[in-house]
Design a protein around this ligand. Structure first.
Ligand code: ADP
Length: 396
């Protein structure tokens, strides 16, 4: 077996990974998987590109598994696959890169120290991203580790898209609209060059719709504006996050209802969005299958906010050549795509219902002034590409 690149996405209770064969400057996905249930009953699961699966429970006889134990489980599986010694680079997904990280960077002690200063900007993810990096350094000593930031793509956006209407000192200290899902948007921008080169340099709104959802306006392959802000709470409603909310609502919850900061944070992070509105589930598949009026209203609100944001981003772009759907919902929910696009005729979209019904890549009619596309995202592939470039294994 030749060289192998590993990608790591460490969350609060899981470590997701993917393995790519690296030969002749090309990356080929070999497998992906995860260790989940960290802190409780952890288990490892992997699936090879061939479809073959592997799984095992982590040893909890000395207490619940932590991130280091999770990384050891990945290491054990790579050992069984005889791949451990072939790992030439490890790429890490990192939620927040703050003001300064505009591109992926090689991990060293100074970078880890900087990431620690960014914890207040991404309390729910950044500490675990750091744990993942530290565990990977232990597991693969001497192998280049590369941090890839979900915010970096958006650093190209202009000042007006980056700022809040607060005194300027807040912007200067880092209170900015950072935006997220940047690795997904970067991947889509690159894929557009292959699948729709006539659009790739145009004005594009990408809708990344999954458990977390955001939209991004892209022109000539560069970020112009996005719906998420300093944190991944803003913009469209999500599985459990509220999306855009009047800050006055938060004052009301705290001052009038006496809720603590933690209770409000839990509410808008974990019990709002599709889950809170429907009272049924955060999962779009379950909502689509439900006959409950509340499930329909939750989907209606989701679609309505996406349509409004597309209009807003088209204004930021001063025009629109294409809308791209990606993420678990964007790639799979025919209903969401249909309901979003049938309201977009005023922006030049002629929706192709037949193409949508068979999950075609192009879901607008040939005479549509604005093209609508479905493109599967692959953040891991983007991370692996950055890892080999930053590690100096290929030209960047
Ligand atoms: P994450 O943001 O955690 O990466 P995903 O991108 O995997 O999430 O998206 C998960 C969402 O995609 C869930 O709401 C799920 O219901 C939805 N989804 C997946 N497949 C389908 C489908 N066939 N139809 C409708 N929704 C789907």
């Amino acid at each position: 077996m030749g060289q192998v690149v590993l990608t790591i996405n460490a969350g609060s209770s899981s470590v997701k990974f993917a393995v790519f064969a690296f030969a002749g400057g090309e990356l080929d996905e070999m497998a992906r998987g995860q260790v989940d249930g960290l802190g409780a009953q952890a288990k490892f699961a992997a699936k090879r590109a061939s479809g073959e699966k592997a799984q095992f429970a982590l040893d909890s006889s000395h207490g619940p598994a932590d991130h280091r134990a999770g990384m050891k489980a990945i290491l054990r599986w790579l050992g069984e696959e005889k791949l451990v010694d072939n790992v030439v680079a490890v790429g890490h997904r990192v939620l927040h890169g703050g003001r300064d990280f505009t591109k992926p960077a090689r991990v060293d002690a100074a970078l880890i120290a900087t990431l620690r200063t960014l914890i207040p900007l991404g309390e729910l993810h950044e500490p675990f991203n750091i744990l993942g990096i530290e565990a990977a350094i232990d597991a693969f000593p001497g192998v280049p580790q590369v941090a890839c930031f979900d915010t970096a793509f958006h650093r190209a956006q202009p000042f007006v898209a980056d700022v809040y209407g607060l005194p300027r000192s807040y912007y200067d200290e880092g209170v900015r609209r950072y935006g997220f899902h940047g690795l997904s948007y970067e991947y889509i921008a690159r894929q557009l060059k292959k699948v729709a080169p006539e659009i790739a340099d145009g004005r594009v709104v990408v809708c990344h719709l999954g458990n977390g959802s955001s939209l991004c306006a892209i022109h000539k392959g560069r970020a112009v504006a996005t719906t998420m802000g300093m944190t991944p709470l803003d913009g469209v409603p999500m599985g459990t996050r509220s999306g855009q909310i009047d800050p006055g609502v938060l004052f009301y919850l705290m001052k009038v209802k006496g809720m603590s900061v933690k209770a409000v944070s839990d509410l808008i992070h974990h019990n709002s969005g599709l889950k809170g509105l429907s009272g049924i589930s955060q999962d779009m598949r379950e909502l689509e299958a439900s006959t409950s009026p509340a499930a329909k209203e939750a989907i209606d609100y989701f679609v309505y906010r996406i349509r409004r944001e597309i209009g807003s981003l088209a204004a930021a772009l001063e025009g629109l050549d294409a809308i791209v759907f990606t993420g678990g919902i964007g790639e799979n929910s025919q209903r969401t795509r249909e309901e979003v696009l049938t309201g977009m005729a005023w922006l030049g979209v002629r929706f192709d219902a037949a193409a949508n019904a068979v999950n075609a890549q192009r879901i607008s009619t040939p005479d549509s002034r604005t093209t609508a596309l479905v493109i599967k995202t692959n953040e891991e592939r983007m991370i692996a590409g950055h890892a080999v470039a930053v590690a100096g294994l290929v030209a960047a």
